[in-house]
Design a protein around this ligand. Structure first.
Ligand SMILES: Cc1ncc(COP(=O)(O)O)c(C=O)c1O
Length: 402
């Protein structure tokens, strides 16, 4: 049996809406994108939403609107995807890499404080004394960072916050049962960015969205998403809109198409239902794999609504005769697709060579990534598929136990 790492859940409604969009004669940013922006803002409890053609471009729009400039520094977790740090580089600024919490794999605020101290004392490899202006937390796998603690940290150090919520739609946190739930994007940061990449919790094929409570940031992001023009195409061509426009800044080409939004509008309606589907699979994995001494399962916290974008297990390498790479090879041989989230940024050629980051600067991520494997997890996963994954893992653990 073959179980893919991911299979998107596409319903007839999405297909019919794409066809209707194609028949409508309006393919680029237009009414379906506007509808998607309004629906997503409502879904996460945000005031303004700006659609983009990826989460990466949404993150770039966010840091640009916050006026991130060359020579500035931004705290970025090393345990993340390329996009979180590269948007800092797009602005000529420098990502200051921060280690992860060993339980959640999310950014470790203690280490963030330590990195700021070390930077001031000249103990980091970066040879420029940077003013650090922002922080970009990531909700790894859909398990939210405590955004209250993060906000206090940011206020103490005078930092703006851009939330990389690529994995966190829908997700929520609260400080304790005495506190209200807050959704990712519900004024949890200056700007929150979501991803609708093909394997994300909801998809538009490629796509992203930035949400904010700040009208000025929203206006700037919207303008910069379309060449820095004073009017968008929808405004220029429809309903007697002004044909003339001004270029007010050298913007980007980051707008979302209506074809993508046609998919997104229907995916969003099913976001919670699909989250529940993933949660059920995750629970099944937890029950069946939780007792294996060779594995550590992803953390579950009482005060979180987990988006369950990923199910990252960690191998207990001292209990196994094979390493992570050999384990992955065996999974593939048994027809189980998997992935790794992630090789930390400081262990990539570009960041190691450009900024001289070394493994010992970020010891937790350095150690943890060598035992990480993300198992298949998608809402339409069939029972026999998750059972196959479970049996293969139980068998591999038994065969390679020490
Ligand atoms: C944490 C994180 N941030 C950002 C991105 C970028 O998303 P997109 O592909 O929509 O640009 C990803 C994509 O995998 C991601 O995992």
């Amino acid at each position: 049996m073959e179980v893919p790492y991911f299979r998107p859940s596409i319903a007839e409604a999405e297909i019919e809406e794409v066809v209707a969009c194609l028949r409508s004669g309006w393919l680029t940013t237009g009414p379906r994108t506007k509808q998607f922006e309004a629906a997503l803002a409502e879904c996460v409890g945000a005031e303004h939403a700006v659609a983009a053609n990826s989460c990466t471009s949404a993150l770039h729009l966010a840091v640009e609107a916050l006026q991130l400039a060359p020579g500035q520094g931004v705290l970025v977790p090393t345990m993340t995807f390329a996009a979180t740090a590269e948007v800092v580089r797009y602005q000529g600024a420098v990502p200051i890499l921060v280690d992860c919490d060993p339980v959640t794999l999310n950014i470790d605020l203690e280490d963030a404080g330590r990195k700021l101290d070390q930077l001031r004392q000249g103990h980091l490899p970066l040879d420029v004394p940077l003013p650090v202006v922002g922080i970009i937390p990531v909700h790894v796998g859909g398990l939210m960072v405590d955004m209250d603690a993060l906000k206090s940290f940011a206020e103490r150090h005078d930092l703006w916050v851009v939330e990389d919520a690529a994995h966190a739609l829908p997700a929520a946190f609260r400080k304790s049962t005495q506190h209200a739930w807050r959704r990712a994007g519900e004024n949890t940061a200056d700007v929150t960015c979501f991803s609708f990449y093909a394997n994300k919790t909801i998809t538009t094929g490629e796509g992203g969205m930035a949400v904010t409570a700040d009208q000025k940031l929203a206006d700037r992001m919207r303008q910069m998403s379309l060449h820095g023009l004073s009017h968008d195409a929808w405004g220029r061509y429809v309903g007697g809109g002004a044909w003339d426009y001004q270029i007010v800044a050298p913007g980007f080409k980051y707008n979302m198409t209506d074809v993508a939004a046609a998919i997104g509008n229907h995916q969003l309606k099913r976001a919670e239902q699909m989250r529940c589907g993933r949660e059920t699979i995750a629970q099944g994995y937890r029950e069946a794999l939780g007792t294996l001494p060779q594995l550590e399962l992803p953390a579950v916290l009482a005060d979180r609504v987990h988006a369950w974008h990923l199910f990252p297990v960690r191998l207990r390498l001292d209990r196994l005769s094979i390493d992570r790479n050999a384990f992955i090879e065996q999974l593939h041989k048994c027809g189980v697709g998997c992935s790794v989230h992630w090789r930390p940024l400081h262990l990539h050629k570009y960041y190691a060579e450009t900024f001289a980051w070394r493994p010992e600067h970020l010891p937790v991520a350095t150690a943890e990534w060598q035992r990480l494997i993300s198992l298949p997890l998608f809402p339409d996963m069939r029972k026999e598929e998750s059972d196959h994954v479970i049996h293969v893992i139980q068998d591999l653990c038994a065969r390679h136990a020490v």
